[in-house]
Design a protein around this ligand. Sequence first.
Ligand code: C2E
Ligand code: MG
Ligand code: MG
Ligand code: MG
Length: 276
Amino acid sequence: HARQSGKNTLDYFSTDNAKSVQRKWQLEQSLANAVKVNNFELHYQPIFDVNTHQTKGAEALIRWPVGKIPPDRFIPIAEQAGLMPSIGIWVLESALNQLKLWQHQSSNFQYITVNVSIAQLKDNGFIDSVSKLIKQTPIKQGSVILELTESIMATTSTDIIEKLHTLKRMGFLIAIDDFGVGYSSLNYLKHLPVDIIKIDKSFLAGVPKDNANRLICDAIINMARALNMNIVAEGIETPEQLAWLVEEGVTTAQGFYFAKPLPVDAFEYFLPVTSQ
Ligand code: C2E
Ligand code: MG
Ligand code: MG
Ligand code: MG
């Protein structure tokens, strides 16, 4: 009996697997093709000053127009397929060129942030390609912020720490994205050159009414200040959240309340005005 049910189970899973393996393979193929023909776009979400409501900078967010599959879904597949180093360098190059244009259009436009995945940081060619890129498109110190998630910190090796320091010497700033949802030890904050903490939007939900969330945000804000790190609040959707940030003295935020991620032409309405 055991053998028979074992076999049935195996059959069941192999059919099921075959379908999902095939679907994943198809996705990998079209992603690989998209990489070849550069069939991605970047959208930009304004990062704004909560007191003046002026745009300070922008987060670059990748879009794959074909099929409208969200990045949360295709990036893990790209990572597994070994495509992330090429996608990542395309993202950085495009964002650097965009930054140049926007800084030219508005002297008050300060920075661009770019998400970097663990697969990129682990890749042996990463530092070299970045270094080539900034020779071609030099960056002002602090005008490009690299966003890393906590999972990167959990796997901290001396190699990764060394790479982060190299990136800092090149003029990049380092932000921890989605802070608080990575379930990692806070120990890494002592050892890594972190400049900015982005509080995950799940903690800002319902703030200030939601007591638990408000207390967690308070704790994160106090910790960041004690460690001399800047704070960005993510996922601000309501005037109540915004008012609370102002009260707390948090100056920088992003979220649908101000603007969604936008294609380049629409973003330009949000470029900060310059006094002349
Ligand atoms: P993330 O870096 O934490 O980006 C913020 C995500 O939250 C974006 O989703 C953005 O559209 C969304 N968001 C912003 N404001 C609000 C808000 O007020 N409410 C809600 N509910 N959502 C808000 P998106 O663009 O779908 O990106 C999802 C994730 O995919 C990103 O999370 C990032 O981890 C990853 N990703 C996106 N672009 C890239 C990229 O170029 N490279 C890498 N490695 N990862 C990327
Ligand atoms: Mg991000
Ligand atoms: Mg985030
Ligand atoms: Mg996220």
